[in-house]
Design a binder for this molecule. Sequence first.
Ligand SMILES: [Cu+2]
Length: 134
Amino acid sequence: MRRYVVTLVLVGAAGLAACGDDGGGGGTPDSATPDSPSGSAVDVISAADCASLTIAATIATAGTAFTDGDPTVAVGAIVKFAPNGSHDMVSDTGLFDTGEPSATACLRFNEAGSYPYHCSVHPATMMGTVTVNQ
Ligand SMILES: [Cu+2]
């Protein structure tokens, strides 16, 4: 009798765990959700997911230069990258990468600091720094 009860409990726990895994989806493990910080210093958010967010600063491009490439924002702010052509924003220290050149993306800066970056297509001439204040 006792063994029967224990078996039922274990099956029940396994069932709950499976439900938890299924319910936690919605994106790949590496993609940040638009509404909540992931715990990283910087979250990269897809253009579709950041459409509903408040944008604190927008970095664009003109020719082979960033425009407004050195914004100062507050912790938690969203910076949108909207390139005109084949450019991206790649952290000099490996903290973020907006993905395919020419792709629009948003970055959420979760920690105060200085975030230098460059364009991986034009690393010698395209660079900037996002400053994040507490
Ligand atoms: Cu570039």
